[in-house]
Design a protein around this ligand. Structure first.
Ligand code: FES
Length: 133
């Protein structure tokens, strides 16, 4: 039997940024065929100036997850990690970043944090694709 860290429990019981963004700029959906869990990440992209140059950043982010406690906690944590980051910075967030921000996950639950990172990356790709169409 494994135990979740206090931070995992906190994000599971009181998740941040739950919901859907109507007219989101990018949506990422991932599913895990093994456990059947499904996760959606919605992003709204803003533009701001930094050192005289324009940059795109994650202005708002929300998630909807049908899944285990770790899937919900990692979704909540990734929205907190990604908010206000530039798209380039957000693309570099890995499952290990999510797990360590939560104070570790049981090894059997590491795949759940992979879902969160993948959903975020897909939402960014989806935004870029929509922009180039
Ligand atoms: Fe499926 Fe956690 S068991 S995402």
């Amino acid at each position: 039997m494994f135990r979740y860290s206090k931070k995992v429990m906190k994000h599971f019981l009181n998740p941040k940024n739950v919901g859907e963004i109507k007219n989101a700029d990018g949506v990422g959906k991932v599913g895990n065929p093994v456990c059947g869990d499904v996760m959606y990440i919605y992003i709204k992209v803003g533009k701001r100036k930094k050192k005289g140059k324009g940059e795109e950043y994650i202005k708002d982010i929300k998630f909807k997850t049908l899944g285990c406690a770790a899937a919900i906690a990692t979704s909540s944590m990734i929205t907190e990690l990604a908010k206000n980051k530039t798209l380039e910075e957000a693309k570099k967030i890995t499952r290990n970043d999510v797990a360590s921000a939560l104070g570790s996950l049981p090894p059997i639950k590491m795949h759940c944090s992979n879902l969160a990172a993948e959903a975020l990356h897909k939402a960014i790709e989806n935004y870029k694709k929509r922009k180039s169409d």
